[in-house]
Design a protein. Structure first.
Length: 476
């Protein structure tokens, strides 16, 4: 393994060096071509002044040269002596005193040299490419002198640094990939067998979710795929069995509760009706004093609580059809708020609303949803002290295959302990001294009849957050 890594590092270094040299040469050649083009362009712009040797006009023109990359410009006479230049080259005798074109000169002749000059004003070291080309006039074989420009190499060096950085990253990535590939190849022979053995042991202990991570297309890979398929089928079969058992137990429990509850409710309702009628007759009597009327009033309240208990019990056990029509969820929620508005005002509870506009109407049982929202709002209000806060939110969830309306009812009360969140929808579970624990089970039953869902979400800080999802489609 170590020898393979060493070989990869050597190959990466050689590749980097060769490509870098080629890129540097290509960039430098491009800069030289650019310099020749700029020099010839400046010559053409000042050609008339050069032909008449108008030193003043040439001076003005080259001083106003707009290209920031051109640091200085020098014109030479045909005898290669200095003629005129920009002010920058003052005190740089070695730069401008004589032309550097040598030998037989023609229109294709050029001279290049790299220099480093110290800028007298900024004290900055300038990296410069000197480019000198002869001046020829079309139709005349005579050499009219030459022009030399100092072209800044700052942009070229920045491009070289950028190229070097990109090459370094590419080579480094290639090296990493190569090392990882070598490591993968070295392990590919032994790891599949080890994984197969480990997975077999775990599955034999009942960990059916264990899968063998082998993707090779050889015999071991085929064996691993067959083994994984067997594990998935066993796990799916176990989950289905557990789910079926859970539903069976729940159905039996609800059926038993329903039979017992219905019997109890009917047994209580008949004598309770008689008691209620008799109490009402007593209230209408003129022979009762105030203390007796007060005691009878307490009895009426108790009878009302018992009737409410019987109603909830029968609602829970009775399988009734929904009275469906198209309603606005916002309207139903607003009506539920109006029904509890006095209680909220009494406790000085602040109600915040955040309703998305343009929500579609949905096919629901308006009366049942109104009662459901009222029960949840009442629970929230009872859990709050004075000056508490309840937030109501309505929004549309764009989900496939069916869009859903999301209703959130959030309070900042004492909240529901995490250990109780899984059981609050169970029948007869309650933490209230006066409750019987059928409000939320009835709520879940109503929502599930609408093909929706209800759950308690984690609430940041303290408080309780109920999330209700109702699909925007016809309930069948």
């Amino acid at each position: 393994m170590l020898s393979v890594v060493s070989l990869l590092i050597i190959l990466a270094a050689l590749t980097f060096f060769i490509i870098e040299q080629r890129e540097k040469k290509a960039i430098f050649d491009e800069q030289k071509t650019k310099g020749v083009t700029i020099a010839k362009y400046i010559t053409q712009m000042n050609l008339n002044d050069v032909l008449f040797w108008d030193e003043e006009e040439i001076k003005i023109s080259i001083e106003n040269q707009p290209d920031d990359e051109v640091i200085y410009i020098i014109f030479y006479q045909p005898d290669k002596k200095y003629y005129v230049a920009t002010d920058f080259i003052n005190n740089y005798d070695e730069t401008y005193r004589a032309s550097l074109l040598e030998g037989e000169i023609n229109e294709q002749s050029s001279f290049f040299d790299r220099k480093k000059l110290k800028d007298r004003e900024s004290e900055k070291i300038l990296s410069i490419l000197e480019v000198e080309v002869p001046i020829f006039v079309k139709g005349s074989p005579r050499n009219w002198g030459s022009i030399k420009i100092g072209l800044s190499l700052e942009e070229m060096e920045a491009e070289i640094r950028d190229t070097r950085m990109r090459l370094s990253l590419i080579v480094l990535m290639g090296l990493v990939i190569g090392i990882l590939g070598a490591a993968w190849l070295s392990r590919r022979i032994t790891e599949p067998l080890n994984k197969l053995v480990e997975a077999t042991v775990k599955i034999s202990k009942g960990e059916l979710s264990q899968e063998i991570d082998i993707s090779s297309r050889d015999e071991i890979g085929n064996l691993a795929q067959s083994f994984n398929e067997m594990s998935r089928k066993l796990l799916l079969a176990r989950k289905r069995m557990e789910e079926a058992n859970k539903k069976l137990i729940q159905a039996e429990k609800l059926a038993s509760i329903g039979r017992i509850s219905a019997g109890i409710a009917h047994e209580i309702r008949n004598p309770l009706t008689s008691v209620k009628l008799n109490v009402q007759k007593l209230v209408q009597s003129d022979r009762l004093n105030e203390a007796e009327k007060e005691h009878i009033s307490l009895s009426q309240e108790g009878i009302g609580q018992m009737e409410k208990f019987i109603k909830e019990l029968l609602d829970f056990t009775r399988v009734s059809e929904l009275n469906l029509d198209r309603f606005s969820i916002e309207q139903i929620l607003e009506e539920s708020v109006k029904m509890i508005a006095d209680f909220l005002a009494l406790k000085k509870i602040v109600l915040e609303k955040k309703f998305q506009e343009g929500l579609p109407q949905v096919l629901v049982d308006g009366d049942r949803l109104r009662q459901l929202f009222l029960n949840i709002l009442r629970n929230a209000a009872e859990a709050l002290g004075e000056e508490g806060k309840i937030k109501l939110s309505l929004s549309l969830l764009d989900k496939q295959p069916v869009n859903k309306i999301k209703i959130e009812i959030i309070d900042n009360g004492c909240g529901i302990p995490e250990k109780d969140r899984d059981v609050i929808f169970e029948p007869f579970y309650t933490t209230k001294s006066s409750g019987i624990g059928l409000g939320l089970p009835n709520a879940r039953k109503i929502i599930e009849q609408h093909k929706g869902s209800i759950r308690v979400k984690e609430c940041q800080g303290k408080g309780t957050s109920f999330e209700i999802l109702i699909p925007c489609e016809e309930v069948k």
